[in-house]
Design a protein around this ligand. Structure first.
Ligand SMILES: [Cu+2]
Length: 313
């Protein structure tokens, strides 16, 4: 994995429309200032379009998820919380599964409280949230494509609240990762039929927000983790919206985003947004649900979320 250390941020010529510059797609407008980055809205990249085409009808599926465990309102007396999901609906061939070679595949995004999501690939085996702290928690799940774009039909998204009591989580244990694209770990046990070690992960300490499931709720999904190569430019912003319609979809809300604390921009239609022009290094992305006047619509703190990503190239 030739991690060529790579000092391109300064002095590159503007890359204009970077058709296929691979690792060198960066620093769009860096005249001399170091990590200057000018992002613009780009197209769905060709390799994603190719995957869409190869999937036939699957992209038009309407998967329905049910959280079988933990049950809404459940008390779990363990710091290991087993997640069990049922998938039904109009699937058109949609099935979570990781391809061993590409390490990609349909999967479910699983979110404890407002942490970065974890990927869940094999619904036939349980998924474990490990080291979950005592207290109240929310769990959110939704169906996702191999390139992490969520299915946005009713029923794809589910949320429950549960409580961990006397779970014995080790509070000194550090969060497993803040920068991890942990997808590839999920298949440590991927020899399909072998006695399943459940997928799962130790969780950072967190608590539920005071979320009202009937109120507008923005769930941050992408970007997250580490990006390299063709995946690093453009990068997709994607989220789940419950109980709220954006202005461009006939509603009254907007999603406001900003990168690296810069100028706020707005998303007015609920669909993935591909941004190009990323420079190598760490970046923060903030996503917020706002009303027509630009005021944050609060819901337990979840409607304003900032994540850090790392572009390694
Ligand atoms: Cu994903």
């Amino acid at each position: 994995m030739a991690a060529t250390a790579f000092l391109a941020a300064c002095g590159e010529q503007p890359t204009g429309n970077n058709s296929n510059t691979g690792n060198t797609a960066n620093a769009a407008n860096a005249n001399t200032a170091a990590p200057a980055q000018t992002l613009s809205v780009g197209e769905v990249p060709q390799h994603i379009k190719d995957m869409m085409a190869a999937r036939g009808e699957q992209d038009k599926a309407a998967p329905t998820l049910k959280i079988a465990a933990p049950a809404e309102g459940a008390t779990v007396e363990s710091s290991t919380v087993k997640v069990k999901l049922d998938l039904s609906g109009d699937l058109k061939g949609y099935k979570p599964h990781m391809d061993h070679e590409t390490k990609m595949g349909n999967h479910i995004h699983v979110i404890l409280d407002n942490q970065p999501y974890e990927a869940y690939y094999n619904l036939d085996s349980e998924f474990e949230l490990r080291n979950v702290a005592d207290g109240e928690h929310t769990l959110r799940v939704f169906a996702s494509r191999p390139w992490h774009e969520s299915y946005k039909n009713d029923g794809s998204f589910q949320m429950v609240r549960f409580t961990v009591k006397n779970g014995g989580a080790d509070a000194t244990k550090p969060a497993t990762t803040a920068n991890g694209q942990q997808m590839s770990n999920a298949n440590a046990n991927s020899n399909a039929n072998a006695a399943p070690t459940p997928e799962g992960k130790a969780m950072a300490e967190s608590k539920a927000g005071d979320v009202d499931p009937k109120k507008p709720l923005l769930t941050y999904s992408r970007p997250k983790g580490e990006y390299k190569g063709r995946d690093a430019d453009p990068i997709m912003i994607d989220f789940w919206l419950a109980n709220a319609k954006l202005t461009g979809d006939g509603g009254e809300y907007r999603v406001r985003y900003s990168v690296d604390g810069g100028e706020a921009k707005f998303i007015e239609k609920w669909e993935p947004l591909w941004l190009k022009g990323w420079t190598t290094g760490k970046h923060t992305i903030k996503l917020e649900l706002v009303d027509k006047d630009g005021n944050l619509v609060d819901n337990g703190g979840y409607n304003s979320t900032t994540r850090e990503i790392n572009i390694v190239n």
